[in-house]
Design a protein around this ligand. Sequence first.
Ligand SMILES: C[C@H](N)CC(=O)CC(=O)O
Ligand SMILES: [Zn+2]
Length: 304
Amino acid sequence: MATNGKVIITCAVTGAIHTPTMTPYLPITPDEITAAALGAAEAGASILHLHARNPENGKPDQSPEGFAKFLSRIKQNTNAVLNITTGGSPFMKVEERVLPAAQFKPEVASLNMGSMNFGLFHLADKYKTFKFDWEKPQLEASRDLVFRNSFKDIEYVLETCYDNGTRFEFECYDTSHLYNLAHFADRGLVKAPFFVQSVFGLLGGTGTHPEDVQHMKRTADRLFGSDYRWSVLGAGSSQLRIAAQAAALGGNVRVGIEDSIWAGKGKLAETNAEQVTLVRKIIEGMGLSVATPDEAREILSLKG
Ligand SMILES: C[C@H](N)CC(=O)CC(=O)O
Ligand SMILES: [Zn+2]
């Protein structure tokens, strides 16, 4: 894992999992998403993972129009790498999910490497009332939700984005997803270095125990050797612990309110920048340093 002591921080500023009732600090409007992204970049994030939301009620919005309301403003005000989701919301079909990346041809787009149960229903139990009427039914509907990423779906995203020079943040929620990535590498449909974003703690995927992290890394080392750049995200309260373990193992990290609403035990993160600053302190405390956007481009061989 040749990142020469440089750690890439990705910040996922809003996502499609958390809902407005869960935290008053969830960026929803184009202005809030823009400010969150620029604040995270200022704090040290070199990659910004972006989703859009309906500004009225915070519902995930995967329309190119929704992204157009903030993308150019962010691009004009930071050198950070923009990473557009093709995961959208797990309730959406791949044809809809790929549209913004296909239209805006970003340097990076996320690509989910396998189908899985995607449990969010347990989050609903914590709240008695909800701000918006879509929240509770959607969270409870996840009891029967399969986040579909068939081999055909993955091929469809690859074919749709490949000629745009877009490279991928390969979301791997379990070691089977690493084998799916190896399958596409064997077919020459993806190009090294592979930016592997291993996801820990999503109900339906792998857990957050240090052995789960070790197992994911050992498996990726065996499958990809020096052809990959490892990054991790820990869902919920595991975020900083998973990041610390991975950074110590030479990995890169992802934080952001998409993945966790917390900034330390029982404290809601008031900004994405707050989480970036917390993880940066851990990284620099270990004697490592944070990669700049251009260093991240070099490490990941991005089109720039
Ligand atoms: C666990 C994360 N929500 C994974 C994710 O960010 C998926 C995507 O946007 O494609
Ligand atoms: Zn995402």
